[in-house]
Ligand binder design. Sequence first.
Ligand SMILES: Nc1nc2c(ncn2[C@@H]2O[C@H](COP(=O)(O)OP(=O)(O)O)[C@@H](O)[C@H]2O)c(=O)[nH]1
Ligand SMILES: [Mg+2]
Length: 501
Amino acid sequence: MSANPVLAVVDRVRMVCSLAADIVIGTALAPQVDAVRARLDGALRIAIAGRVKAGKSTLLNALVGERLAPTNAGECTKVVTWYQYGTAYDVTAVGYDGRSTSIAFRRVDGALNFDIEGLRLEAIERLVVSWPSSALRDITLIDTPGLASLSAENSLRTTEFLALDDTHPSDADAVIYLMRHLHRRDAEFLGSFMDRSVAGASPVNAVAVLSRADEIGAGRLDAMASARRISERYETNDVVRTLCTAVAPVAGLIAETGLTLREDEAWALRRLAATPAPVLERMLRAADAFCDPGASELTVELRRQLLDRLGVFGVRFCVAEIRSHESATANDLSKALVAESGLDALRGLIADLFLPRAHILKARTALVSLRSIARDLESSDPARAYQLAAEIERCEASAPDFAELRLSHLVMSGIVAFNEGQRREFSVLTSPGTGVEERLGDDPAADQATLRASALAGVERWRTYGSAPMADIAMREACETMAHTYESLFVQLHEPRPAGI
Ligand SMILES: Nc1nc2c(ncn2[C@@H]2O[C@H](COP(=O)(O)OP(=O)(O)O)[C@@H](O)[C@H]2O)c(=O)[nH]1
Ligand SMILES: [Mg+2]
């Protein structure tokens, strides 16, 4: 066994890619295999999914810290768009025929505008925006047009893109699913969640965002506190727990504007804060009142822009900040807006849940794609298709990381019902990015003999759980993987550690 399981799983998938490349050489499937191979070395691809107007593009901009994704309902928002790291600024349309076309773009008031007029939308598979932003070094963000949109065609594009089963390999390794809190009853909320059409999605690669969280409570200053309470309630709901690992409340607009706030906007907000409190309160009751020509000395145009950039809550929040810290600069306001928006918690989820598993999530999507290639090969070359499928199966069965990922899926999606204690143990044992001592639940200062004894006790315990007469097939598989995981920790404890660690 290799001392480095991270390398092992990706290397194994690379070997399957090489076999696939040999098999399909010179055929139309060859570029697909090349793409799968290239993808293993690329950034983790995270799709941002959810209904139209859920705030997906705005949230994407907040994650990048620039206004790259168009947020109006323009033509561009109908096409799946990838935002990836590049050393140069570039926008390209990739057609279903595989052909790439360069797209002209410009910045207007900091927002990126690209011109796809003259291209047939139905012929574009995706737009690819390459941007030298450090936020895109480890992740590629994929903006989707949204489900249940006004046009059936948009929904189709999103569904087609997000499908993650054997027949429709997905382009995404992980998903952030956005939903607004529009539903009075939990059942309706869950209905809309289930609606997401991410076939084969699993809590191991999905988090949910309660989006446009500042709108909860009609712009009141305690909006984010209410949103946090609602998210916590959803997070402890048994059904939600089977769909995603966490629910984070985020006000994407507040974060986006916080990260891109201009001096002139801060100036306008300071002027607005000087308006007598009762007048301002009346203005903030409705957009019409806010933009009433006689209500303030700021021009109507300026007020409209502030409302677009911040919403009612954001304006009220900035005014409150300015009133409590007289000399609030654009920089101060930026920081306060971002801190209030909930963006950091979402970034934390990406860093703690997705990135430590990036290699295995990418390997998983690569195998799904290879399996689809094997199926496409079936009609023309059944023997070789079978050979490839068998190799994929072998790879999946032999990599312990896949077994652990499947274990996480079984437990987190509720297919296997561990009791509370077992679940806690599972979380500790499989928590990504932690050391052997922590995974064994032992004191970091524990000596090797104690650690080895813990690992062996773990093997014993889970073999016993797995052989209980009540255990069904899934439970037996999960227990066996837990026992194996303890076994591999035991083996690691025997191997001398590399120098310097
Ligand atoms: N108040 C508020 N408005 C938002 C927020 N996020 C998006 N919006 C607004 O909702 C509309 C749709 O947002 P967009 O990001 O284009 O949604 P998408 O269709 O899911 O991509 C735009 O007018 C945004 O300004 C938010 O966090 N708070
Ligand atoms: Mg959008």
